[in-house]
Write a protein that binds this ligand. Structure first.
Ligand SMILES: Cc1cc2nc3c(=O)[nH]c(=O)nc-3n(C[C@H](O)[C@H](O)[C@H](O)COP(=O)(O)OP(=O)(O)OC[C@H]3O[C@@H](n4cnc5c(N)ncnc54)[C@H](O)[C@@H]3O)c2cc1C
Length: 352
């Protein structure tokens, strides 16, 4: 019953599972990836923004340079293999919302770790399109990933290898013994659960402190008169080059249904969008899904403390596009070569 060589079962084809599958494919390690095939998931809904300076605190995102370098290489290589482009470097203009934020930025902008990410002389924004376009800064090394195109093209490729299956895999369907894993009469060396927010319900990982958040993105029609940069003041706005843009996103910490938002946060997002845009904006659609967040952690990965063939990668939060390529490589090196896991990301060292 022992698998003669590594063969990995991946549960979930979101950004985490897809990057894991590619990392195994690069090493010629056989895998099967199984997904529930839901129409709306975090990875399918995500805007795919990759941004160095984020949040209210205006700081450089955790290990940004390392993750960005790896993401750039990874998505370009996937695009080449699949004959399709889905990774787009873009300028990102952060507009400051009030005097307090302007004062904070005056201090922050001198930090040495900011310097590689600041555009020195960005072209001005069109005041006919954007309200109050003057106080802000443009970031370099930002990008967006067309997650839908990347996930679909990857799926077609994995299907062509007979390595993709649609199924809702329950924890009880997967058994482990001293030598490996059995699922659906097949043997594997490991299973990696990369289920996103649904991972909170897995009995082997129910001690992981998930604190996932529902998020909504609007699809909007507006004429930005050729502006291609990503803009942000209170909400972000991603022009897609076809007369539509995406705007987001909300955070709801309690929810009943993973694809149904509450009215108030969506109305708040629409109102913020109208404080940013001077031109008419028509909301065409809303999309909602749940970001998998683990409390006070950037992500967690590794094997279960007492089930060494059962592994986990989850908690990519709102940075899945940026971090999945690095995280997936790190976990694969751990499982296949015994490389030590980064202590901040190691599931076993972060047990609550
Ligand atoms: C509104 C919104 C905006 C976002 N914006 C951005 C952004 O701009 N930039 C960015 O980087 N990130 C963004 N994110 C976050 C990003 O989407 C997540 O970090 C990422 O999607 C997490 O990927 P994942 O693979 O861990 O989880 P998921 O995308 O949830 O994937 C898990 C997959 O596993 C499947 N699955 C679950 N249980 C089972 C089972 N039992 N059997 C089989 N399959 C199963 C699910 O169907 C799903 O396909 C956003 C998220 C939301 C919701």
């Amino acid at each position: 019953m022992q698998p003669s060589a590594p063969r990995i079962l991946i549960i979930g084809q979101g950004l985490a599972g897809t990057a894991l599958a590619w990392r195994l494919w690069e090493r010629r390690v056989p895998f099967v990836i199984v997904d529930r095939d839901e129409p709306l998931t975090s990875s399918k809904v995500a805007a795919g923004l990759i941004t160095p300076i984020t949040g209210m605190r205006l700081t450089v995102s955790w290990r940004y340079a390392t993750f960005y370098r790896e993401a750039l290489r990874f998505y370009r290589a996937c695009g080449k293999r699949l004959g399709q482009r889905f990774f787009f470097p873009r300028g990102y203009v952060r507009l400051l919302k009030d005097d307090k934020e302007i004062a904070k930025w005056e201090k922050r902008r001198r930090d040495p770790d900011m310097q590689p990410f600041l555009h020195r002389q960005p072209p001005p924004l069109n005041a006919g399109v954007i309200h109050q376009p003057d106080h802000g800064f443009q970031q370099r090394h930002a990008a967006w990933l067309d997650t839908t195109a990347y996930l679909e093209a990857s799926r077609r490729f994995f299907e062509s290898l007979n390595a993709w299956t649609a199924a809702d895999v329950q924890p009880a369907d997967v058994s482990d013994d001293a030598d490996g894993i059995t699922w659906s009469d097949q043997r594997f060396s490991h299973v990696i659960w990369a289920q996103g927010w649904r991972g909170a319900r897995h009995p082997l990982f129910d001690w992981v402190p998930f604190q996932s958040a529902l998020g909504t993105i609007l699809t909007v029609r507006a004429d930005l008169q050729g502006e291609k940069r990503i803009l942000n003041r209170g909400c972000w706005l991603l022009p897609r080059g076809d007369g539509t843009l995406r705007a987001g996103s909300t955070y709801e910490w309690t929810f009943n249904d993973p694809n149904t938002p509450s009215a108030a946060p969506v109305q708040g997002l629409e109102a913020t969008l109208r404080t940013l845009l001077r031109v008419p904006a028509e909301v065409l659609a809303t999309q909602t899904a749940v970001r998998p967040i683990i409390k006070n952690r950037q992500a967690l990965m590794g094997t279960h403390p007492t089930h060494p063939h059962v592994a986990f990668l989850n908690g990519l939060g709102s940075k899945g596009s940026l971090r999945a390529p690095w995280l997936a490589r790190h976990l694969v090196e751990h499982l296949l070569e015994g490389a030590a896991l980064d202590p901040e990301l190691d599931l076993q060292q972060n047990q609550i």
